[in-house]
Design a protein around this ligand. Structure first.
Ligand SMILES: NC(=O)c1ccc[n+]([C@@H]2O[C@H](COP(=O)([O-])OP(=O)(O)OC[C@H]3O[C@@H](n4cnc5c(N)ncnc54)[C@H](O)[C@@H]3O)[C@@H](O)[C@H]2O)c1
Length: 368
C-alpha cells in the first residue's frame, strides 16, 4: 500500500510509470483497436497473415490485436482517507418551480426514500432528485458530519429555489456502515422513528480502488465487497422486510456500474468489477423474488461520472481523462445530474412495470 503518498500523487505516479520491461511502452493516449494495427493481407505470405491473427504469438508482428484493451498492473489507486476527500455540494438550478407539463406518474410526492451513500457524490444528487420530485429523504452514510451538512444543504437549496412552497421537505441524516447488519438495522430503526415509514431505497454507498489482482490486499478486497455487495444486499433486505410487514409496494434502485458489464482500461479493478456485476444480478434476482410482494428492484449502471472526487483525480491526471473520454462514444464524461431523471423514473410509478432492469447511463460506453 502507498500510505505515505497522497492519493492524487499516487495516481499521478502510477500513470507515469512505463509498462513493464517485457511490454512495449504505449503512448499515454491510444486509439482503441485502430485499423492500422490489423495486418494488411496484400503482399504477405500466409505465415505473416497467421502471425497477425489470433493464431500468431502475441507481439510477433509488433502491434497486436487487443494490446490497447488491457489493464496495467502498474496503476495503483487506494480509496482515499476521509480527510483527503473533496467536499461535495448539491446542484443548483435543478429544483426550481416550473410550470412545464409533465407526467404525474413521475412525482414522488408523499413518498419517503432512503439513500445510502447520500452524503456526497452521486448519492447526494440522486437524493436531491427525489426531494425535488416531492419525496422526504433519509440520507444514510458513514460520514456523519457530511451527511448532516448535505441534508441541511438540500433543504436550504429547496427553500431558495421554491420560495413560495408551503411544504418544506423533511431531509434527515443517519450514520450507518452499510456493511454491518447491526448498523443497517439500527439506522433503519432510527429512520422509521423520524419518518414513520419508508417507501423507496437507493443504494449508492460504494467505492472503487485500483490494484492489480495479484497484489490486491485481501483485507481491502473484503472491505470493497463488504460495502458494495453486502451493503447493497443488507439494506435492500431490511427495507423489503419493512415493506412486506406493512404489506405495501415499494421500489429499490441499486447503483451498480458499467464496470459490472465491461472491464475498464487501463486501471485494474477486478474485485470492483465483480462486485458491480453482483449488484446488477442481485437486482434481477431480488426483482423476481419480491415481485409477488409488489417490490420492484432495478439497477442503474453509471459510466464515468464527473463527481468532486473523480474531477480532482482527473484534473491531476489530464492524460487519464483524455484516455477515458476517448472511449466514450458521446465524447464526454457524465455529470451526477445525468442520474436525476433515471433515479426518479425507476423510483416512481412512471416505471411501475419495470423491474429487474439495468439502466445504463454511460454515454454509450458499453455499446462499443
Ligand atoms: N463516480 C463514478 O464515476 C461512478 C461510476 C459508476 C458507479 N459508481 C458508483 O456510484 C456509487 C457512488 O459513487 P460516488 O462516485 O458518488 O462515490 P463517493 O465516494 O463520492 O460517495 C460514496 C458515499 O458512500 C459513503 N460510504 C462509503 N462506504 C460506506 C459505508 N460502509 N457505509 C455507508 N456509507 C458509505 C461515503 O461516505 C460517500 O458519502 C458507488 O457505488 C460507485 O461505485 C460511481
Amino acid at each position: 500500500m502507498f500510505k505515505s503518498l497522497g492519493y492524487a500523487t499516487r495516481l499521478a505516479r502510477a500513470s507515469r510509470v512505463p509498462h513493464l520491461a517485457c511490454r512495449r511502452v504505449q503512448p499515454a493516449i491510444t486509439p482503441i483497436r485502430p485499423f492500422s494495427v490489423t495486418a494488411s493481407r496484400a503482399g504477405r505470405d500466409n505465415e505473416d497473415i497467421d502471425d497477425a491473427t489470433t493464431s500468431g504469438e502475441p507481439g510477433s508482428t509488433g502491434d497486436h490485436e487487443g494490446q490497447y484493451a488491457r489493464t496495467r498492473e502498474d496503476i495503483v489507486v487506494e480509496y482515499p482517507e476521509e480527510k483527503d476527500l473533496p467536499p461535495s455540494q448539491p446542484v443548483v438550478g435543478r429544483g426550481g418551480v416550473h410550470a412545464l407539463r409533465t407526467l404525474a406518474a413521475f412525482s414522488m410526492e408523499g413518498k419517503v426514500a432512503v439513500v445510502t451513500g447520500g452524503a456526497r457524490g452521486l448519492g447526494l444528487v440522486m437524493a436531491q432528485a427525489l426531494v425535488t420530485s416531492g419525496a422526504d429523504v433519509a440520507i444514510v452514510d458513514m460520514n456523519r458530519e457530511e451527511g448532516q451538512r448535505s441534508a441541511q444543504g438540500l433543504v436550504d437549496i429547496y427553500k431558495q429555489e421554491n420560495p413560495d412552497s408551503n411544504k418544506i421537505p423533511k431531509v434527515t441524516a443517519h450514520f450507518c456502515d452499510v456493511s454491518s447488519p447491526t448498523s443497517v438495522n439500527q439506522s433503519l430503526a432510527e429512520i422509521l422513528k423520524e419518518h414513520g415509514r419508508v417507501d423507496n431505497l437507493v443504494t449508492s454507498a460504494g467505492f472503487t480502488e485500483n490494484y492489480d489482482a495479484i497484489s490486491y490486499p485481501h483485507d481491502r478486497m473484503q472491505k470493497l465487497w463488504g460495502v458494495n455487495v453486502d451493503g447493497t444486499y443488507l439494506y435492500a433486505v431490511a427495507v423489503a422486510k419493512h415493506l412486506m410487514e406493512r404489506k405495501v409496494p415499494g421500489s429499490i434502485v441499486m447503483i451498480g456500474s458499467m464496470s459490472g458489464a465491461i472491464v475498464n482500461v487501463p486501471q485494474p479493478q477486478a474485485p470492483y468489477n465483480a462486485a458491480k456485476a453482483a449488484v446488477r444480478h442481485l437486482a434481477s434476482s431480488l426483482a423476481v423474488e419480491w415481485a409477488g410482494a409488489g417490490i420492484r428492484v432495478n439497477c442503474i449502471s453509471p459510466g464515468y461520472m464527473l463527481t468532486a472526487l473523480t474531477k480532482k483525480i482527473l484534473d491531476d491526471n489530464p492524460d487519464l481523462q483524455k484516455q477515458w473520454t476517448s472511449l466514450i462514444p458521446v465524447g464526454k464524461m457524465g455529470r451526477p445530474e445525468d442520474l436525476m431523471g433515471a433515479v426518479t423514473f425507476l423510483s416512481s410509478d412512471a416505471s411501475s412495470y419495470v423491474t429487474g432492469a439495468d439502466l445504463r447511463v454511460d454515454g454509450a460506453y458499453t455499446c462499443t
